[in-house]
Design a binder for this molecule. Structure first.
Ligand code: CUK
Ligand code: CUA
Length: 764
């Protein structure tokens, strides 16, 4: 922000002052010098060259990482690993006003459970919306494992728009995974519990009355929202459901969900029973649960679902009768199930097995068509033969967890938690190709668009847990470690470690940056959380304060560098709503808003309207101000909320004056004339080139013209006061003229720089 002032004042003062040039007597360091000084190897330099992104350059891919216990999403660039944003999802986040303005509070309120606010989440698996199995960059979904919820983020503005609460689970894990056209977002349960809400059932009745399931949330792309009434679940036995994936290509229409603890063991270490971990891994196998979701959706339409907590549920009995649910044994305590890009195979990794198992969808369909079942589970669900369903099994190492895919055919990468390695292998041929040691306890890993039908290859990122020893110590709680790996060659190369200090990310997804086209401003008066016109939309000149009983509504606007109104007077006990509209059109001219001690904050990006609401329950004087350093006169972007005692009668008197003289007034006029010269020269440049071809510049020019138009009224007031020799008013209104000029000049200079950097051409 300081540079802006410098640009303007610098330009104003440039004439006649000349510039001092500093020279240096020091010799430049060579690359060899730096290598020696910092103890870097050739390999280090190579890695640096692959990840270093020069100032001003952008990343090829954008990663969206779960923020684990922070309840947020972390956005960073690849290969630079520069963090770009934290997206507030389940947790209040003041910078974005999330949970501090009324509109975002309404989003968080959608996530209330049993009437109570839940202001955190355990986010695990982000998923980008897909079109025909390819990332389309429009929406992002993420789950909350702790409190079974799912959120929708719109990638047009990177804001959370919706939170839905799973109506039948008490925890969930196998979400969010999208079907190939994002018709449904999959969310599987985790720890079994009775499906009916707030129903107590003793653990002794675990097998009979506890259940799990998979939920299919219907997504309406046009509205950008999930439709709970068109969503449904398929009931599953009390096996702990785990990760899921949607079929694609030949397997489109099906979904796959792992389970652990199909022993249905109930622990109780405090009662002398062996703990869950012993009882839940006793058997050699658990089950992969296969569901034909397309058929399930038809069954729901045909009225074959029952209602539980007002939600469509296809019972196990119905699912078995209709032939949409099957089980296949998988090596015990599996974790990830990842469908290959061609949709032909499902790759399952067992935490306690050194193999990955590659299941063949074709073989499975053959068994189902032939009605060849090995057995039935205790709930009557047909169990297919594991041996007959497998394409191959490959021994990779200890603790395989998750698998991602390369742009190269048949190439997969699997994380090995216990070995702390990444295995590169060929799932068609069933052979290991390469292994790379990573830092520590790798959980998920992700390659660019690596779970879509069209993986981009190039980079793989290992999400390591508990980054012991790796970074400068910051106390007993360590950051996590995301490691960037180059996968463009036969051998993997480790490039970079990035500490992530915001919860424990589980999964992340990386998308080609050019698929993301976020907006830089809103249409004036937009409620960004509902994508509609805000009731509090206020245009310049419409600012007002309305009172109805003790309800006070303030319709305010913000534009550099003032908030209108600048004084808000209310009485103790009034309910105050302040609607704030940012009238700027230039990008990045964000204002913030807070009122001292009322625990409220809003971030108001250009065009946005938000509201803050509070009860003025205490008398006093409370400054409000803009919280974003938006302009040279940002600190002056202020006002007072005056909370008066009930029935207060004003005593009269007038505001303090400064005794300006005619001399002051003349100095100000000179400043105004100098600045106008700068503006004229900048405008001369801009209109001399094809600026209309640059929408960002047009927006800046609109704002600049806005500012300049306001000088007329201020100048008229200044002139009128000068005619009456009221130098105080004459000078202050002339100062206001200069304020408008400075902002116009600032915008003009930004526009000029932009045009110069983006190859604007002179017009003939
Ligand atoms: S889970 Cu955390 S490492 Cu929730 Cu996908 Cu596997
Ligand atoms: Cu607006 Cu600071």
């Amino acid at each position: 922000m300081k540079t802006k002032l410098k640009q303007v004042t610098g330009a104003v003062l440039a004439a006649g002052l000349g510039l001092a040039v500093t020279s240096s007597a020091f010799a430049a360091e060579s690359l060899q010098d730096v290598m020696k000084r910092r103890n870097l190897s050739q390999q280090d330099l190579l890695a640096a060259a692959k990840t270093y992104t020069p100032s001003g350059k952008r990343d090829e891919f954008i990663a969206f990482s779960s923020g684990g216990q922070s309840g947020q999403i972390i956005v960073y660039g690849v290969p630079s690993m520069r963090i770009l944003k934290y997206l507030a999802v389940f947790t209040p986040e003041p910078w974005q006003g999330y949970g501090f303005d009324e509109e975002s509070k309404a989003v968080l309120a959608q996530g209330r459970i049993d009437g109570k606010d839940i202001t955190w989440g355990d986010t695990h698996h982000p998923a980008i919306s897909e079109t025909e199995g390819q990332y389309d960059g429009q929406f992002l979904f993420i789950n909350d494992k702790a409190n079974p919820r799912l959120a929708v983020v719109d990638l047009r503005d990177f804001e959370t728009k919706q939170i839905v609460v799973n109506p039948i689970y008490k925890s969930e894990h196998g979400g969010a995974f999208v079907t190939p056209n994002a018709d449904y977002v999959i969310e599987a349960a985790q720890y079994p519990a009775p499906l009916a809400n707030q129903k107590f059932v003793p653990l002794e009745e675990f097998n009979e009355s506890y259940r799990g399931g998979v939920t299919y949330w219907k997504f309406d792309r046009q509205e950008g929202r999930i439709k709970p009434e068109e969503s449904f679940s398929v009931e599953l036995p009390p096996y702990s459901q785990d990760l899921s994936d949607a079929g694609k290509g030949p397997s489109d229409g099906w979904s796959f969900t792992n389970s652990f603890c199909s022993e249905r063991y109930v622990g109780g270490i405090e009662k002398g029973r062996p703990p869950y971990e012993a009882g839940c891994s006793a058997k050699d196998t658990d089950y992969m649960q296969m569901i034909n979701w397309k058929k399930a959706a038809e069954l729901v339409k045909a009225g074959k679902a029952t209602q539980v907590n007002g939600h469509n549920l296809i019972t196990i009995d119905t699912a078995v009768k209709e032939g949409i649910l099957f089980l296949i044994p998988e090596p015990k305590s599996p974790h990830g199930v990842d469908v290959t890009p061609d949709g032909k195979f499902m790759i399952v990794s067992g935490k306690l097995d050194t193999h990955v198992s590659v299941y063949s969808f074709e073989k499975i369909m053959g068994l189902i068509k032939a009605g060849k079942y090995e057995s039935k589970d205790p709930y009557g669900i047909p169990v297919l033969s594991m041996k007959d369903s497998l394409h191959t099994q490959v021994e990779l190492g200890l603790g395989p967890l998750h698998t991602q895919y390369d742009s190269k055919k048949c190439v997969a990468y699997t994380s090995l938690y216990v070995d702390s390695q990444v295995a590169k292998w060929d799932f068609c041929e069933g052979k290991v190709l390469d292994k790379l040691s990573v830092h520590y306890n790798i959980g998920h890993l992700f390659s660019m668009e690596g779970d879509s039908v069209n993986p981009q290859g190039k980079y793989l990122i290992a999400l390591n847990k508990l980054s012991i020893d790796r970074f400068n110590p910051v106390g007993p709680l360590h950051p996590q470690n995301h490691q960037l790996i180059d996968i463009s060659n036969d051998k993997m190369q480790l490039l970079y470690d990035m500490p992530l200090p915001l919860g424990e990310p589980h999964y992340a997804v990386g998308i080609s940056a050019d698929k993301l086209k976020p907006a830089v401003r809103y249409k004036v008066g937009t409620n960004s959380r509902t994508d509609s016109v805000h009731e509090g939309k206020t245009r310049a000149g419409q600012e007002r304060i309305e009172r109805d009983g003790n309800q006070v509504k303030v319709y305010a606007t913000l534009i550099r560098s003032h908030i209108t109104p600048e004084t808000i007077e209310v009485e103790k006990g009034d309910e105050v709503t302040i609607y704030l509209t940012n009238l700027e059109r230039a990008q990045d001219e964000t204002h913030g808003f807070t009122v001292s001690t009322f625990n409220t904050h809003a971030s108001i990006e250009p065009g946005k309207t938000v509201s803050v609401k509070f009860t003025a329950d205490k008398e006093g004087v409370y400054p409000y101000y803009c919280t974003e350093f938006c302009s040279a006169l940002h600190l002056e972007m202020q006002g007072y909320l005056l909370v008066k005692p009930k029935g207060y009668v004003a005593k009269g008197g007038s505001l303090a004056a400064s005794d300006y003289t005619e001399d002051d007034y003349k100095k100000t006029l000179k400043k105004v004339a100098d600045t106008q010269a700068v503006i004229d020269s900048v405008v001369g440049y801009i209109v001399g080139v094809n600026y209309k071809d640059f929408p960002d510049v047009v927006a800046m020019m609109d704002d600049a013209v806005d500012q300049l138009n306001r000088t007329k009224e201020a100048k008229a007031k200044s002139d009128a006061a000068a005619a009456k020799q009221d130098w105080e008013q004459a000078n202050l209104w002339a100062e206001q003229v200069w304020q408008y000029q400075v902002k116009a000049a600032d915008l003009g200079l930004r526009a000029k720089t932009y045009l110069e950097q983006n190859g604007a051409k002179p017009i003939k």
